[in-house]
Design a protein around this ligand. Structure first.
Ligand SMILES: *Cc1c(COP(=O)(O)O)cnc(C)c1O
Length: 394
């Protein structure tokens, strides 16, 4: 399976195979935007978003893309994706409402939360959504009562070795339980149409998809033999984004996934969908943040900036990633080790304890690329501070 990758890596230069974190605005553009809109400011680039979307579509020609709204439900992300023809994956009535407002129709939505409250389920069902996910028997009577004509997808637990975040640690039926669960749903009058998995978020190696697909195919065949008429395979998300380290380009990564799909499911008719979150949108947003204070504590320089762990950097807490922090003309200025801290009164609100930066002025802007996934989505207004404003640019 690694052959596509091997072939590409021997034939091409590193620049064609890997992508690294890059801001969507220059420092000069950031100054203008910060003057106009204030800071902290999250700038969403429509062209970077569409470039990523088209790269995935081209490399996965037979896979329908359902953007995972959980990663970033901002209108500046949802609306351009809707206009480009994407479908959307939602987990709650709140996400569904954001998607409806951005122009998505319920026909182009899938609901992927395996354990729903009745309220979550009925609100989404009554608004017209029909594809729902389950992974345990207690979800079955709920679905049978409140969503009788739903089309169900069974979420499987899969193992993954290269993912930063293991999403099978909480959800997904184990292999031995999969067919009995599908049969139990059918016995309750429900219609089971597909299977899904998630290889884990920030999955650096497409090889993990290959393993998951082999496992899914084994279960698929067992289910079909047991009389379940499966038609859809949902390969979830997991596509990686560049942070401190570069990752494979979407083109190379997705071509490798397509090859694995051809190998494992190429011989049967199946509708394949994917739910990219991070890989699609992380690179599309850059944070503009300002130095609001500095001090020297026990010989170390501290900078207090106007966004932190409670805000756009919340991904460092919940999503376990670290973001590159860029200063203007950093290469031409002497760099020092310093502490970069957020604006709240909490002493744990420290973004980086060993950051290399030049001697910064108060008021100076910093750029933080790859801030489009699991950042503003998990930010809180703790301490009475405003969340970073989001603006879309071309
Ligand atoms: C979070 C999630 C996604 C998106 O995952 P990424 O790693 O951001 O691509 C897709 N599907 C489901 C079911 C999820 O929970």
């Amino acid at each position: 399976m690694a052959t596509v990758l091997d072939q590409i890596t021997t034939e091409s230069s590193a620049a064609d195979v890997y992508r690294s974190a890059r801001p969507v605005v220059s420092f000069a553009e950031a100054e203008v935007l910060a003057q106009q809109f204030g800071s902290p400011l999250l700038v969403a680039s429509r062209s970077v978003l569409l470039r990523n979307y088209e790269a995935m579509r081209a490399a996965l020609p037979n896979v329908e893309l359902f953007y995972a709204a959980k990663a970033n439900p901002a209108d500046a992300i949802l609306r351009p994706l809707c206009e480009a023809g994407s479908s959307v994956d939602v987990c709650s009535w709140g996400e569904m409402q954001a998607a409806l407002q951005a122009g998505f129709s319920p026909d182009n939505m899938i609901h992927t939360h395996p354990c729903k409250t009745v309220q979550n389920l009925t609100n989404c069902y009554n608004a017209g959504l029909r594809w729902f996910v389950f992974d345990n028997e207690n979800e079955i009577p709920k679905l049978a009562q409140y969503a009788p004509d739903a089309k169900l997808i069974l979420r499987l637990a899969v193992s993954s070795s290269s993912s930063l975040i293991n999403l099978s640690a909480k959800f997904g039926a184990f292999e031995a339980d999969a067919v009995p669960l599908m049969l139990a749903a059918q016995a309750a009058g429900l219609s089971v149409k597909g299977m899904s998995f998630h290889v884990g978020s920030q999955c650096r190696s497409p090889e993990d998809f290959h393993h998951a697909l082999c496992q899914a195919r084994r279960i698929w065949d067992k289910a079909v033999r047991a009389g379940i008429e499966l038609e859809m395979l949902d390969v979830g998300g997991g596509f990686p984004a560049p942070y401190m380290d570069s990752v494979l380009t979407l083109d190379v990564y997705c071509r490798s996934l397509q090859r694995a799909l051809d190998e494992t499911f190429g011989d049967i008719p199946v509708r394949v969908i994917a739910e990219p979150g991070r890989g699609l949108v992380a690179e599309t947003m850059t944070l503009i943040t300002r130095v609001l204070g500095k001090s020297t504590r026990a010989g170390t320089r501290w900078y207090i900036i106007d966004d932190g762990l409670y805000g756009s950097f919340s991904g460092q807490v919940f999503d376990h990633v670290e973001y590159p922090i860029l200063a203007r003309a950093a290469q031409e200025r002497e760099q020092f080790s310093c502490v970069v801290a957020g604006p709240t009164c909490d002493s744990s609100d420290v973004v980086n304890r060993d950051q290399k930066l030049p001697d910064l002025e108060i008021g100076e802007l910093l750029l933080v690329p790859t801030m489009g996934a699991y950042t503003c989505a998990s930010a809180s207004p703790f301490n009475g501070l405003d969340l970073a404003r989001i603006i879309g640019v071309e």
